[in-house]
Design a protein around this ligand. Structure first.
Ligand SMILES: Nc1ncnc2c1ncn2[C@@H]1O[C@H](COP(=O)(O)OP(=O)(O)OP(=O)(O)O)[C@@H](O)[C@H]1O
Length: 677
């Protein structure tokens, strides 16, 4: 249950919080611009502005107490307030919550949001814990305390993950179910967009920001507003035209009655953008053309990777006439669930092509979060705010430049970032086998599909398949719209993990017997296909069972590289055996002879979670042995390494294995060696 905390209970700025604020001076020195290069002077300057900074509801220092809540960090600011992560006072290791503090006193949106969140309880709607008013001097700022959602906004998630149609549809279904729950309670969100949805590392949806919402009998948000709140890009054609009319003839039109059909349209706009990287064009009148029954280009026209079922659902939400949109969110959710259950392989391919890897020198650098520089006393907050906004704008612009293609390294890094969160959940005993399933699917789903699609397209393109040519053309058309730089890039997707020269050597079997089994140098078209592809299906079709390789030296430079990475002989860490094979950690995996790409899921030395290990497996003689010769870190750095799969002796076959198709645990380990045994 959510609790209301009155001004009395909320309390005001306490001596304790001032004290803890002082203790945070060094931290503040990092975040508040200082006017001196000397740390001591900087500290004094920071102390001088401490009072001013503490007095802003927009920039509370860690340690500040708001009612029963202690501020940990600032999460971000929106149109009406600032959100902080908080803990209950006195519970330094307790659970995190999100506290949204109103910028202005007596903000009505907060009461509206609290009321809506109290009415709408659903697993995909952020949970309200408590609400109250924080007194800062004579001013009262309303605040809400909500469950803390560890996750990314829907747009960020989609850009960083390159999800499949199935994953995207799962998200859409959860969104529809959350909004349907609100509709059942006679409430509307009225500001639905991708920025107001968080996706947790295990793929769960939380719809946020209900302050603009509506329920029967809700008091007006402002005395004069006749226009429903929300973002114009997400307005339905009816709402858009009403707005144009009311601007031309103020006072002539009666207030707009926002309804479920408008909310459906906003969901349609969000998913149109997610699936095509662009907003739908504004619809000014009912479409007449048969070829474009909605007056919009269909999602599948713009992005052929979107399945028909998903494209169709989004286009129906965007129908010009409200009565042609789905009857209810719940019905559409049910329909999509059914489509998912019946779905074919198209549902499991990533929605966007992979970007060709750029040279490491051309990688963009990430700007530091800090905002530094000289500042006039008294201007700290305004300047800081302006700089933070500028930083956000440039990050957004950079995001926009990444249209159309997704970067496999970024996807791997994003996936690696969510592993600790999921592991934390497992450790806290709140895990469910499904979590691991979801993790595995999220980890490897996009990669398997991306790599397999890449390999197939590459192979087809080489052989001049008409399908490849036509897909290529569509992709080029899409790329050319996304900017000159993007258009210049080749459209063949990510580069394969081609072995280093030394890697090739370490992987090439030395005994004549082995050489007979794998005709490596042969250049038949089938073998070319094999060597280009990482997709497991292609690989396994091409390679046969082999025996254990001979002992050999480590790849050149690997010993130095491993020293640099603090990787000592005998040390080990856990890996997902094959990043191209999704599934639960507890499930078995069939491995075959040939190249393998594993994903590090446990840090050892300076080899972080999310590192990709490139190597080779051999399955002969009742044991699986493997060697890794290249490590690609999530930040794109590549090192030669000398690891064995499992330990020095490899791993005995599990029951039911046969040469060339051996049952193995899906998660296993690597061991650092100084020569291959
Ligand atoms: N319950 C929550 N758990 C974790 N993070 C949250 C939570 N609620 C909000 N946030 C994050 O806090 C930041 C600020 O959110 P806030 O709702 O204040 O503004 P906004 O959504 O960015 O803007 P606006 O409200 O104007 O649409 C966002 O990055 C948001 O993702």
């Amino acid at each position: 249950m959510a609790h209301a905390e009155g001004p009395g209970a909320a309390g005001s700025l306490r001596a304790g919080s001032l004290e803890s604020g002082r203790q945070s001076l060094r931290a503040m020195e990092r975040t508040v611009p200082v006017s001196s290069e000397s740390p001591e002077l900087g500290l004094r300057h920071a102390e001088a502005v401490l009072g001013r900074v503490l007095l802003s509801a927009e920039w509370l220092l860690p340690g500040t107490q708001v009612g029963r809540w202690e501020v940990m960090a600032r999460l971000g600011a929106g149109g009406y307030g600032t959100t902080y992560s908080v803990r209950r006072v006195g519970r330094s290791r307790g659970r995190l919550y999100a506290l949204k503090l109103s910028r202005r006193p007596g903000e009505r949106w907060f009461a509206r949001e609290a009321e809506l969140l109290t009415r709408v309880r659903h697993r995909s709607v952020v949970r309200l814990i408590s609400h109250g008013v924080w007194r800062l001097g004579p001013v009262e700022h309303p605040y809400l305390v909500m469950e803390y959602v560890e996750g990314e906004s829907l747009y960020v998630w989609a850009l960083a993950r390159n999800p499949t149609a199935r994953q995207m549809t799962n998200v859409l279904v959860q969104v529809l179910e959350a909004l349907a729950a609100a509709h059942r309670h006679g409430a509307l969100h009225r500001d639905f967009k991708g920025d107001n949805v968080l996706i947790t590392p295990d793929g769960r949806v939380k719809v946020l920001d209900w302050g603009a919402g509506w329920y029967a009998g809700a008091p007006p948000l402002t005395a004069t507003a006749r226009l429903p709140p929300g973002s114009p890009r997400y307005y339905s054609p009816q709402l858009f035209m009403w707005r144009v009319l009311s601007e031309r003839r103020p006072g002539a039109a009666s207030p707009y009655t926002y309804c479920v059909a408008d909310e459906l349209y906003a969901v349609g706009v969000t998913f149109y953008r997610l699936l095509t990287d662009q907003y739908p064009a504004a619809q000014w009148g009912a479409p007449r053309e048969v070829s474009a029954p909605h007056g919009l280009r269909a999602v599948r026209d713009l992005n052929p990777h979107v399945t028909e079922g998903l494209s169709d659902a989004v286009m129906r939400m965007l129908a010009f006439e409200p009565e042609r949109r789905p009857e209810s969110m719940a019905l559409l959710a049910g329909e999509l669930r059914q489509r998912l259950a019946d779905g074919g392989p198209g549902w499991d391919a990533p929605l966007f092509d992979w970007r060709e890897r750029t040279a490491s020198g051309s990688r963009t650098t990430v700007e530091a979060d800090e905002v530094r520089g000289p500042v006039m006393p008294g201007q700290e907050i305004a300047l800081r705010d302006a700089r933070a906004r500028h930083l956000e704008d440039s990050l957004r612009l950079r995001g926009a430049r990444e249209l159309r293609r997704r970067d496999p390294a970024k996807v791997a890094a994003a996936e690696a970032r969510s592993i600790p969160a999921l592991q934390g959940r497992v450790r806290r005993g709140r895990s469910h086998p499904l979590v691991w399933g979801a993790l595995a699917v999220m980890l490897v789903g996009p990669l398997v599909a991306g790599l397999t699609v890449w390999s197939l397209r590459r192979t087809l393109a080489r052989e001049g398949s008409p399908l490849a040519v036509s897909q290529e053309r569509v992709v080029q058309q899409m790329a050319s719209r996304s900017g000159p730089e993007e258009a210049r890039r080749s459209s063949t997707g990510t580069s394969p993990p081609v072995p280093f020269p030394q890697e090739k050597e370490a992987m090439t079997p030395h005994s004549p017997q082995q050489a007979a089994v794998i005709p490596m140098p042969a250049r038949s078209s089938t073998l070319k296909r094999c060597s280009a592809a990482v997709g497991a299906a292609v690989l396994t079709a091409c390679t046969g069972a082999q025996v254990r390789p001979d002992a050999s030296r480590c790849p050149a430079g690997s010993l130095d590289a491993m020293r640099k990475l603090s990787l000592n002989k005998g040390g080990s860490g856990s890996v997902y055996t094959d990043i191209t094979r999704p599934g639960r950690g507890s499930e078995e995996l069939i491995v075959h002879d040939g190249p393998i790409v594993s994903l590090v899921i446990e840090q050892y030395g300076d080899l972080p979670v999310g590192t990709r290990l490139y190597g080779r497996l051999w399955t002969g003689e009742g044991r699986v042995t493997g060697r890794y010769t290249k490590a690609e870190l999530p930040d794109g750095r590549i090192y030669p390494v000398c690891f064995v799969y499992g330990n020095f002796d490899g791993l005995e076959w599990n029951e039911g294995s046969k040469p060339g198709a051996v049952r193995m645990p899906r998660t296993f380990a690597y061991t650092v060696v100084n020569s291959f045994p």
